[in-house]
Ligand binder design. Structure first.
Ligand code: IPE
Ligand code: IPE
Ligand code: MG
Length: 261
């Protein structure tokens, strides 16, 4: 996708030791990068702060990651912000997160306009507080005609619920006589997922060292390359992101075939 190389070099001007933009192959930047943003609570606890302050700090990291994705020329950038299981957290923390989603979205609209970013949501938004839902709708409306990177925010997202929903949608179409069961194939199911129309992630990053998917994009990650860093989400910056992409470029993706030389 279009990328401003001048801006990219400027963005990555002050390299810390051990990582360099020169190691990046601009021809092989992943089309879709996805991140499980984890470790906000531990980041806060380690500093003697309340978990909520970890989430607030996490917003700054997310803003930087959106900008980094644009600078690198990624087509789709998706992040896991709230899972269907996260409702199990203390009410106070859930309320803070819902408030933070709404406030952040309003605050970041100028950035989305400036960078031509189109917003998209993955998940069941019906269950969200009204203000959050209204703000999300405003974000969708205001960015609908943007033609640059797609930024997909997974909120009240659970992969099993998503797949069950797709099965329900297919069953309804069959019952209504609109679909032949024999036509239900991989793409028919894909088209009924929240990610319909988006390419599968090429690179999945998880912060805070956890080696699990936590019900995230189970279908879509079939051939995705994983990169796990011990860095906690609020500390994840453009350099960590660059390290992940460079590591991804060193992988040999075979998709079940053999290596081509
Ligand atoms: C990720 O950080 C943010 C959300 C899940 C909303 P956590 O809140 O899970 O942080 P840890 O894992 O407890 O450190
Ligand atoms: C996954 O993180 C969900 C998000 C990042 C939104 P969790 O912190 O909820 O995952 P577990 O509970 O450690 O698996
Ligand atoms: Mg966590």
């Amino acid at each position: 996708m279009r990328r401003d190389e001048e801006k990219l070099r400027e963005y990555y001007a002050e390299a810390p030791e051990g990582v360099s933009l020169l190691d990046l192959d601009l021809e092989r930047v992943p089309r879709h990068v996805s991140i499980i943003m984890d470790g906000n609570g531990r980041w806060a606890t380690a500093r003697g702060l309340d978990r909520s302050q970890g989430h607030v700090a996490g917003v700054d990291a997310l803003r930087e990651a959106v900008t980094t994705s644009v600078r690198l020329g990624v087509d789709v950038f998706s992040v896991y912000a709230f899972s269907t299981e996260n409702w199990r957290r203390p009410q106070r923390e859930v309320d803070l997160l819902m408030h933070l989603f709404a406030t952040t979205l309003v605050n970041e609209l100028p950035l989305f306009h400036q960078e031509n970013v189109r917003l998209r949501f993955l998940g069941d938004l019906e269950a969200l507080p009204e203000r959050t839902r209204l703000v999300f709708q405003r974000g969708l409306d205001e960015t609908a005609d943007h033609t640059g990177m797609v930024f997909a925010l997974a909120v009240n997202y659970g992969s099993r619920a998503e797949i069950a929903r797709a099965a329900r949608l297919l069953a309804r179409e069959v019952a209504a006589g609109e679909l032949d069961p024999g036509d239900i194939d991989e793409s028919a199911l894909s088209e009924r997922l929240y990610t319909a129309g988006l390419p599968d992630p090429d690179l999945l990053i998880r912060t805070s060292g956890e080696l699990r998917l936590s019900n995230y994009l189970l279908w879509q990650l079939a051939y995705t390359e994983f990169y796990v860093t011990d860095t906690l989400w609020p500390d994840f910056d453009r350099w960590e992101y660059l390290r992940a992409v460079i590591a991804y470029q060193g992988r040999s993706r075979r998709f079940g075939g053999v290596v081509r030389s």
